[in-house]
Design a protein around this ligand. Structure first.
Ligand code: DGJ
Length: 737
């Protein structure tokens, strides 16, 4: 791993054992993209890519007719200087011009990685895990300085990028667009893979052709959204989970964003990603600087499972910050689907007691414990306990839960306020709202103006009071509506373009302060389920509620799609009641658990209300999860057969030493008298014999090349299980040749 500057050829080679990323200083001082892919030698000059011969209708600088930006591959293109593609940045100057031209000034290469002020970002634990490069460029007329920042990792096929913009001149500037990264590819023979959906059906993979024109996704909801996740894969057309070349882009940001690919008519593909420029304006006074969020760019030449595992490892080791980093996550019991807001202390303790009997480790009290919160019309903003429901307060309840031998966790939704709340009555100017216009509500609530530090301070103080007076080990931080009328009341009109970004910076700052004050707390992020499931959140909260859809069958799809861009340890997954609250589908308690194991695992139902047989199964499940949770949460995860394309889907985890693996299959429809299904496994040691469910002994090479048979030899077909059923195969390595 390293970064080498070839002084003679003016080329930077950013490399590790899995990739090479080469950029160069072009003839006009711009920074050009020369190569990104499998490792290559770079002693030679690669800059021939930057000379195109004289071209009709292309524009060029007057002393070099053979160099036109329209054909060049660029690292951070501007608009207005001969590059007619999608620009990476735009800066308005006092004279009304948006034309800039930055040229290389100097660079810096150093071990480790610098933090990005106020923003979540990957970090090194030891300096020698990564090396970083900063290339400083300047527009000599306006004084705009653009620093392109890169980090390459020793252990991951990944490069992290972000950009810093600084006003080194003496006049005001206004940033109208500042994306995090731009990657120009020399051909367009790729497919775009995005992860889309809506509430209850988040992160379904969807392929789109990008052979010509613009392909894009974005969020303008103020959060990263359930609709389009801020993670995109650009892959070779034939690449699949098991082979082929692909590039992944995870934005480490939780607010409005855009990801865009532009295939031009010269056969070049431009990809860029960052804060959505819509309604974004950031004034830059002389001396001020602005940092974009980071993009984690991953590369594979070995298929999408390899790409995903790379992302999982990088996130677990170098993005998550928590006392629970790389640690098994507590098995929890959450009361939401059991009681919603209709509870009192005795009801809660009854549920918790049964949880303890089953073996759970953490009880989580969800929405409804504060203010006048008896339904979703009131209470948000008033973070003091409702003593009608909990006479001894959160401190009393948490102590009683602890006395049962359980840890205690609490739900909050700190970014919102109800009209019917003391907070709103006292501070009506603390919500985002456009002057003289009606407000759009979402779940009867308004969004607090987190661009104002006094609002964040108030919430911090309220929460600090609750947490420090009770015994709290876990917080579920919810966010249940999108931002509308994004206007900060009584704030100068020139600063309104800052509000979306300042809002999310306010959220990050509150997370940071709470994390510092209570480092032992395990945070779980949530936004009506998975509407803010992104790498930015992961930096503060190591796990996220994956979806409000807890139906086992739907969860197979949601968790499968999520696995492309996020680790299993992040996936909040619970067993809930059957028939399911969202889909009314019935599944056995074991089938539901078999799906929920691939996540943080817990229960979301009243265990007093299930049958004695089911309760016995729950006890067994918890015992099983305690034995295998490290493998589920941190093992090497493989997608084997997609639920989006097959009646039977399959996925598996394998331990690092390849001695243990767990394979799970799920059948949607039980088709009678079907043929013999086999699923080819991945990641095993070919030379080890594996015992499957303590019965059959089979070599790894057979299991990977011929597959595991799903036929149950002991049963006749008419005895087989019905629709929406799962099977789990536990493989244990036996003998090494
Ligand atoms: C939405 C969350 O996703 C649910 O799990 C639950 O916490 C509710 N909000 C509570 O209002």
């Amino acid at each position: 791993m390293g970064i080498i500057f070839n002084e003679q050829e003016k080329q930077f080679h950013i490399f590790n054992k899995a990739l090479s990323y080469v950029i160069g200083i072009c003839q006009d001082g711009d920074i050009g993209q020369l190569y990104f892919g499998k490792p290559i030698h770079t002693e030679q000059k690669l800059q021939d890519y930057q000379s195109f011969g004289i071209r009709p209708l292309c524009c060029n600088e007057k002393d070099d007719e053979k160099y036109t930006k329209e054909l060049a591959l660029l690292e951070y293109p501007a608009f207005g200087d001969g590059d007619f593609g999608s620009s990476a940045y735009e800066v308005l100057q006092e004279n009304g011009s948006r034309v800039t031209k930055f040229t290389y000034q100097f660079h810096r290469i150093y071990k480790g990685k610098a933090p990005i002020p106020g923003l979540p970002a990957t970090y090194t634990n030891e300096d020698d895990e990564a090396e970083s490069l900063e290339i400083v460029c300047r527009d000599l007329i306006s004084g705009l300085e653009v620093t392109l920042c890169y980090t390459v990792w020793e252990n991951y096929s990944a490069i992290c990028r972000h950009t810093k913009l600084k006003n080194t001149g003496d006049k005001k500037l206004k940033i109208e667009q500042a994306l995090s990264c731009n990657v120009d590819f020399p051909d367009t023979s790729f497919t775009w893979l995005q992860f889309e959906g809506a509430w209850g059906r988040e992160r379904s993979p969807k392929e789109r052709d990008i052979s010509s024109g613009i392909t894009a996704i974005e969020s303008l909801r103020g959060h990263s959204s359930a609709n389009y996740n801020p993670f995109v894969i650009i892959k070779r057309k034939n690449a699949d989970d098991f082979q082929g070349e692909a590039f992944g882009f995870n934005l480490v940001y939780s607010g409005n964003y855009i990801a865009k690919a532009q295939a031009d008519t010269f056969g070049k593909l431009r990809f860029n990603m960052g804060i959505n420029p819509k309604w974004f304006q950031w004034p830059l006074e002389p001396g001020e600087e602005f940092h974009t969020p980071e993009v984690i760019i991953t590369y594979t030449s070995n298929g999408l499972n390899d790409l995903s595992q790379n992302i999982h490892r990088l996130m677990n080791n170098n993005l998550v910050r928590s006392a629970y980093k790389n640690k098994p996550r507590p098995i929890l019991l959450n009361n939401w689907e059991a009681t919603e807001m209709d509870f009192d202390e005795e009801k809660i303790l009854k549920i918790a007691r049964k949880g303890k009997e089953a073996g759970v480790e953490l009880f989580v009290l969800d929405d409804g414990w504060f203010g006048k919160r008896n339904d979703d019309f009131a209470g948000l903003g008033d973070w003091y306990v409702n003593t009608d429901k909990l006479p001894d307060g959160i401190s009393g309840l948490s102590k009683k839960i602890n006395d049962l031998g359980l840890k205690f966790g609490l739900w909050i939704e700190p970014e919102m306020v109800n009209e019917d709340s003391d907070m709103y009555r006292q501070h009506p100017d603390w919500v985002l709202a456009a002057p003289y216009r009606p407000r759009t509500l979402g779940r009867h609530q308004m969004v607090l103006d987190y661009s104002k530090p006094e609002v964040v301070d108030n919430i911090y103080n309220q929460l600090h009071e609750v947490i420090s007076n009770a015994s709290i080990d876990y917080i579920k931080w919810d966010m249940n509506r999108s931002i509308t009328e994004c206007y900060s009341q009584d704030v100068d009109k020139n600063q309104q373009g800052m509000v979306y970004h300042k809002y999310i910076m306010g959220v990050y700052s509150l997370y940071e302060r709470l994390r510092k004050a209570f480092p032992h707390i395990l945070f779980e992020s949530c936004a009506s389920g998975g509407a803010r499931f992104d790498a930015g959140m992961l930096y503060y909260a190591p796990q996220a509620w994956c979806s409000d859809d807890t139906d086992g069958h739907e969860r197979v799809k949601i968790q499968y799609g999520t696995s492309y861009g996020y680790p299993v340890s992040m996936v909040g997954s619970h067993v809930s009641a059957s028939p399911n609250l969202q889909t009314h589908r019935t599944m056995t308690i074991d089938d539901r658990a078999n799906v929920a194991y691939y996540g943080t695992f817990g229960y979301e139902l009243d265990l007093n209300e299930i049958s004695a047989e089911e309760f016995d199964r729950v006890k067994e499940q918890i015992k099983f999860m305690k034995e295998y949770r490290e493998l589920f949460q941190y093992g090497n995860y493989y997608r084997l057969q997609s639920p989006f394309e097959n009646n039977i889907s399959a996925w598996m985890v394998v331990s690092d030493d390849k001695q243990t693996a767990i394979v799970t299959t799920h059948k949607t429809e039980n088709i009678p008298n079907w043929g013999i299904e086999r699923i080819k496994l991945q990641g095993l040691n070919p030379d080890i014999v594996y015992t499957i469910n303590d019965k059959d002994d089979i070599y790894g090479d057979y299991l990977m090349n011929a597959g595991i048979s799903l036929m149950n030899k002991e049963r006749n077909w008419y005895e087989s299980d019905g629709d929406y059923t799962t099977h789990m195969y536990i493989l244990k390595g036996k003998v090494t040749k």
